[in-house]
Design a protein around this ligand. Sequence first.
Ligand SMILES: Cc1cc2nc3c(=O)[nH]c(=O)nc-3n(C[C@H](O)[C@H](O)[C@H](O)COP(=O)(O)OP(=O)(O)OC[C@H]3O[C@@H](n4cnc5c(N)ncnc54)[C@H](O)[C@@H]3O)c2cc1C
Length: 499
Amino acid sequence: MNLLDGAVLPKDGEKTADFVIVGSGPAGSAVARAVARAGASVLVVEEGPLRKPSDFHADSFQAMADLYRDLGGSLTRGPAPMPYLQGRVVGGTSVINGAISWRLPKDIHDQWCKADPALTLALPFDTLEALTDEMERELGIAPTDPAIAGTHNALFAKGAQALGIAHRPISRNVVQCQGSGGCLQGCRHGRKQSMDLTLLPQACEYGAEIMFNTKVLRIDHDHRRARGVLARSQGGGLWRLQARRAVVLAASAVQTPCLLWQSGLRHGPVGEGFQGHPGASAAGFFREPVHLWQGATQGHEGIGLRQEGLKFEVLGMDIGVAMTRLPGVGQELSRHLALLPHMAEWGCAVKAQARGTVRPSLLGRPVVRYQLTDADMAKTRKGLSILAQMLLAAGAERVHLGVHGGPTEITDPRQAQAFASEGPRDPRAYAMVLTHLFGTAAMGSDPARSVVGPDFGVHQLAQLYVADSSVFPSNTGVNPQTSILALASLCGQRLAAAG
Ligand SMILES: Cc1cc2nc3c(=O)[nH]c(=O)nc-3n(C[C@H](O)[C@H](O)[C@H](O)COP(=O)(O)OP(=O)(O)OC[C@H]3O[C@@H](n4cnc5c(N)ncnc54)[C@H](O)[C@@H]3O)c2cc1C
């Protein structure tokens, strides 16, 4: 790869390329490859470090310290703060994600187009499907092989089957998975087809350059068009990175609106409309060993309630994180520690209707305000109730939801069912996590109600584009990486064709 390490750049400097792309996650990588392939010169600027599979740690806490933003400790603000996780490394969050791959559902695309008919032409579904086909081929996306799925995933299938919930092996961007359960720490075997191993090296083969350990501070513009960006290298240099044709923001649905805001680009709902898929989980203890840290990290999913906004997944994790899910303190915790190999952990992702905001603080750090609605909490209770029923049906002797004020343990399916109506209503009682983020620079035809136009261009400024899931008009209810890749590829193709 053509690399420039900001850590060894103490002096100020300048560089010029046709396209300056901020962020090297799925969105930035897809745009970079598309425009570089068409012959344009490309500079990708990434705040995080460069890592190889041999650098990755088996231990989650070390992985969080090295690869996650804020050591994995980013929190939303509001009455019930919730962690939100993001990668900060070359390859972005694709390096530390579960590799679950979902095409953009047609029903979600239909909803977007119904709300704004201009999107029917701007984001033709057939084109997105063709771009997704290409990604599926290139990233080796295929259903999880039962040979490496492991007990954890097999039990999930049994539980979903018993409850009559449609389920299937998860399609993932992993080639020859070894079932080492380490997707969320970065795949040490290099089998996950994350951007650092796929689209970014390809973009570099076409001549793109990646400047890492370098943080973009703001967009350089003259109020009419974007000229480039101003960035700080980790070594302390101030870099003026000039774009002959366009600046493309692909810094994620949290950092992109902050960059717009900090650059004085606040026209329209910049940073409004933040949406996500908060996830809650349930732990079940089985008589037989489960070893939830072995097998495909996330190899099986329950999809039968997607239209209700609930999606169920296996949650593989390393032993250190699994321990944090154990109930009790003192002797009770010790008893559960001994039972750790028998624990399964399954999650539900909620297509929440809540909309939050993202703004930079005075120090420039993102502040995400987000509060789940009563309807979201009702969905969450239902999701946990179903997970508890699935765990019992698969053979768990007892289930722990870890909900403050809820039952300490569940051993009876009727108790599990009752949680949907009787579980606590207050979001503060729940331990939830956000990993899918959307909507903070939404696409639309009306500049008063959207931030980018149907061409991905920021309404307020020429030659400035947004390619990440900030542009999604809503959350999708499914894992977003593949949809982001499809939309960003389309953005890249259009930019390349614009000449
Ligand atoms: C733990 C976890 C598991 C997940 N599992 C899945 C899954 O299985 N399937 C799925 O579809 N999705 C999953 N996701 C979500 C998915 O990974 C993200 O939706 C996707 O990576 C977002 O792509 P992006 O390019 O918009 O942003 P990111 O991948 O977050 O990349 C943005 C990049 O921009 C960089 N950046 C930000 N600000 C600046 C700046 N100012 N200057 C320079 N660089 C900057 C960041 O460091 C980062 O590397 C998961 C997420 C997490 C956290």
